[in-house]
Ligand binder design. Structure first.
Ligand code: NAP
Length: 284
């Protein structure tokens, strides 16, 4: 597969296309998904402590026999792991679960808890060589600026819901001057049929002899978003990868930009997230 890389604000090069393992059960399923991805040439895996499958991700990477340096692993800390001193210990446990001596990209998964203390420990982990790049996920409120204001290392990425119906144009402007790149979660709307079957994608799919999902993923790539669509179906994984032999025209990119409707598929407010997600803790 053709690898495209994006150079982050810290100089590290992240593969723009990866695979995500949210809701992929630990054990056999995660092993299969990650091994299949690596066999197909994918070199970027997006996991999280909250997904409870870091051990299987680490095992699949090891068993692949591929040089660790060629594979980009992103993982995320949960709010119960935030705080000066607390986060450093959580990172050590993460390294153990993943069976690796460094993490390529470490994110704060949610925008609540002691995220300021956590950021300081993450910066220390970069200095100590335990983590290469650090970033944020779901920081869309003014808590984003709170972190930016104290950061000695600016977030390399901001991972948020982003797809043609919710393109994050404003957020991109807010982080532009820090060199922070948007990573799209729900790149195909979590598989939403309404988004996938949007007539514009059907029309473009016909023109390029591609599927509607391939048109959406190609749009993300040309838009400069980092993506890691998730699939447990090997046929879909192959299909999702097959997007590097055609290019949407500037007019087509613009017409997709125009279907941004502000529709989100994840609708919990920050207060609800804090209350509901904050009460939950992943197992070690
Ligand atoms: N930071 C965060 O808070 C956060 C939140 C959500 C997600 N994420 C990350 O983003 C990744 C992607 O998000 P997601 O997994 O929820 O949503 P997604 O990638 O937008 O959609 C996944 C769904 O699309 C289906 N699909 C995949 N390829 C397809 C194809 N070619 N044709 C038809 N259907 C297809 C999958 O089903 P099949 O298995 O049947 O293919 C699955 O149901 C996650 O795995 C995770 O790494 C991060």
């Amino acid at each position: 597969m053709k690898q495209l890389f994006i150079t982050l604000n810290d100089g590290n090069k992240i593969p723009q296309f990866g695979t995500g393992v949210f809701q992929v059960p630990d054990g056999k399923e995660t092993l299969e998904v990650v091994k299949n991805a690596l066999t197909l040439g994918i070199r970027h895996i997006d996991t999280a402590h909250a997904y409870q499958n870091e051990r299987s991700v680490g095992q699949a990477v090891k068993e692949s026999g591929i040089d660790r340096k060629e594979i980009w692993i992103t993982t995320k800390l949960w709010p119960n792991e935030y705080g000066e001193g607390v986060t450093s210990k959580a990172i050590d446990k993460m390294l153990e679960r993943l069976g690796t001596n460094y993490i390529d990209l470490l994110l704060l998964h949610q925008q609540f808890g002691d995220y300021i203390g956590a950021w300081k420990d993450m910066e220390k982990a970069v200095k100590d060589g335990k983590v290469k790049s650090i970033g944020l996920s779901n920081f869309e409120s003014n808590r984003l600026e709170e972190v930016l204001n104290i950061a000695k290392i600016y977030p390399s990425v901001l991972q948020v819901e982003c797809h043609p119906y919710y393109q994050q144009k404003e957020l991109k402007k807010r982080v532009e001057k820090y060199g922070t790149v948007i990573e799209s979660w729900y790149p195909i709307g979590h598989g939403d049929k309404g988004l996938i079957q949007e007539p514009l994608f059907t029309q473009l799919a016909k023109k390029y002899n591609k599927t509607n999902v391939q048109i959406i993923l190609r749009w993300h790539i040309q838009e400069g978003n980092i993506i890691f669509p998730r699939t447990m179906n090997p046929v879909h994984m192959k299909e999702n990868l097959d997007i590097f032999d055609f290019e949407l025209t500037p007019e087509e990119m613009n017409s997709i930009r125009k279907i941004d409707s502000g529709k989100r598929f994840f609708t919990m407010t920050l207060e609800e997230q804090e209350k509901n997600l904050g009460a939950w803790k992943p197992e070690d």
